[in-house]
Design a protein around this ligand. Structure first.
Ligand code: ADP
Length: 512
């Protein structure tokens, strides 16, 4: 078998042997598989992407076909190399970023999944979560895993499979089955079944991993009746995950992280107090809290960002249910804009009128720090001179207010002041929103030149272990497209936020 180029693993800093070699990051998302080609200077050379099927067998159920994902991910790897005329032998290392929590169980002998993958969005185990709460396990789960009891996480999905697929429990007892999140499923298959492993960031989303002791938690495994033999070995996020075999050539897999943590790494948010917000359909916010886990009192999640050379880095995580979706609502629901991008120009010409119009986009209740599933959307402060410009501006502002709510809760929980916010996602393209965000947070908001931060994070981790760069060089390689500095009168910014909080209070419990 042919070997890919030597990689100078572990010696840090860019090295001559990597000059004409590349990293491929596999970015396995909820709706698509991507492969991203990155050169030895950390520059993104190209990307191949394809969507795959979503299956909704019952209301609230969401499934993926693990074999389809695997085949597509391999195909994207081949396609991106072909598009840029790069031979497989020039790929020095592979990184993986993946949709988190999605659960696959397969037969270790045949390699066949025993059931479709149960996707993170799937709600079928909500009753099981309720019974865990009734058993009084909530505090233990939070203390050990940093998570709230929820159907999102893998633990109850594994349990559901063991309870509902005929014969599975016996097969699990015989050691015939393996569990993995999507990273583990890909690693096991790409290495020809040689490596059954995950990284700490993915392990910390299973609701079975003790993030302090960094081991599978025996008490939780027992409470959930999950045999430990199913579970993968948990490794550093940058390091050895075995050799992927492609066209008879073996390429080391050297970086793995769940998508949100990969994005934090892609943003080079390596210091305590650095945060990132992804402005997609919802907003996903992570703040690096350094080498100790911070327990949240606001219902945020404590999670592992990554572990490098045995040294863990932790993060607080929060999300906003309705982010860019509110802009979609302006376009598709209210039909007062034609494109999402148009919202910027309209907000910029809204003028002095309607400064205290507030839109609360609580279309699906409110998450952290309010946790009110009965809250509903509302518009406050309408007068006869309120037009679509003012409503569009207020809707954009609502994204920034919600992100501030989460970041303020993180600061209160951790005692760490946010230093800088790095941004990505579709709505991060909106200059009005980014400036307003900086004003509200009173810290600089930095928008990177390359917005594929999730894939770049996986490439960054893989290149770290492969000796392409160290943390400092990686950080220096990330260029910022624009920095939004806080501006304007502090008293005005403050009173706008108070106005938002007042509006949130008034929309509370509406549908009860
Ligand atoms: P996802 O990954 O969740 O599909 P994306 O990162 O692709 O989301 O971002 C899409 C979202 O961003 C949509 O909800 C859209 O309304 C919003 N969006 C895109 N461009 C802009 C813009 N210029 N201003 C405001 N919102 C935008």
């Amino acid at each position: 078998m042919q070997k890919a180029k030597p990689t100078g693993a572990g010696d840090g800093g860019a090295d001559r042997s990597t000059a004409d070699s590349y990293i491929v990051a596999l970015d396995q998302g909820t709706t698509s598989c991507r492969a991203v080609l990155v050169d030895s200077h950390g520059a993104l050379i190209g990307m191949a992407q394809q969507e795959f099927a979503q299956h909704y067998p019952q209301p609230g159920w969401v499934e993926h076909d693990p074999l389809e994902i695997l085949a597509l991910q391999r195909a994207m790897f081949g396609r991106v190399l072909e598009q840029h005329g790069v031979p497989v032998s020039a790929v020095a290392a592979v990184g993986i970023a993946n949709q988190r929590e999605t659960t696959v169980v397969w037969d270790r002998h045949s390699g066949q999944p025993v059931h479709p993958a149960i996707v993170w969005q799937d709600r079928r185990t909500a009753p099981l979560c309720e019974s865990l709460r009734k058993q009084g396990l909530e505090d233990l789960i939070r203390e050990r895993t940093g998570l709230v009891v929820d159907a999102y996480f893998s633990a109850t999905k594994i349990r559901w499979l063991l309870d509902n697929v005929p014969g599975l429990r016996a097969r699990a007892g015989n050691g015939d089955l393996l569990f993995g999140t999507i990273d583990t499923w890909l690693i096991w298959n790409l290495t020809g079944g040689r490596v059954h492993a995950t990284d700490v960031s993915n392990a910390s989303r299973t609701m079975l991993y003790d993030i302090d002791k960094q081991r599978w938690d025996p008490e939780l495994l027992q409470a959930l009746k999950i045999p430990e033999a199913l579970l993968p070995e948990v490794r550093d996020s940058a390091g050895n995950f075995g050799e992927m075999i492609y066209d008879g050539i073996s390429i080391p897999i050297t970086g793995v992280a769940g998508d949100q943590q990969a994005a934090l790494f892609g943003h080079a948010a390596f210091e305590r107090g650095m945060g990132k917000s992804t402005y997609g359909t919802g907003c996903f916010i992570l703040m690096n809290t350094g080498d100790r886990p911070v327990v949240s009192r606001s219902g945020l999640l404590t999670t592992m960002a990554w572990r490098l050379n045995g040294r863990p880095c932790y993060a607080l995580e929060g999300s906003v249910f309705i982010g860019g979706a509110a802009i979609q609502w302006l376009r598709d629901g209210l039909k007062i804009i034609q494109t999402a991008a148009e919202s910027q120009a309209l907000a910029e010409c809204a003028g002095d009128a309607g400064e205290d119009v507030v839109v609360v986009p609580a279309f699906a209740g409110l998450g952290a720090p309010y946790w009110d599933m009965y809250a509903r959307g509302a518009i406050f402060g309408l007068t006869l001179d309120t037009g679509r410009e003012q409503i569009v501006r207020a809707t954009l502002r609502s994204l920034a207010f919600q992100v501030r709510d989460v970041l303020d809760a993180m600061a209160a929980d951790s005692g760490i002041n946010l230093k800088t916010l790095r941004v990505d996602g579709g709505a991060a393209a909106n200059d009005y929103l980014m400036q307003f965000q900086a004003d509200q947070l009173d810290v600089p908001v930095e928008r990177p030149a390359v917005i594929e931060t999730t894939a770049m994070g996986a490439a960054g981790l893989a290149g770290l272990a492969a000796g392409f760069w160290d943390l400092k060089t990686w950080s220096a390689l990330q260029s910022t497209e624009r920095v939004f500095h806080p501006a304007g009168d502090a008293a005005v910014r403050h009173s706008r936020y108070q106005c938002w909080q007042k509006a949130v209070q008034r929309s509370a419990g509406w549908s009860k």
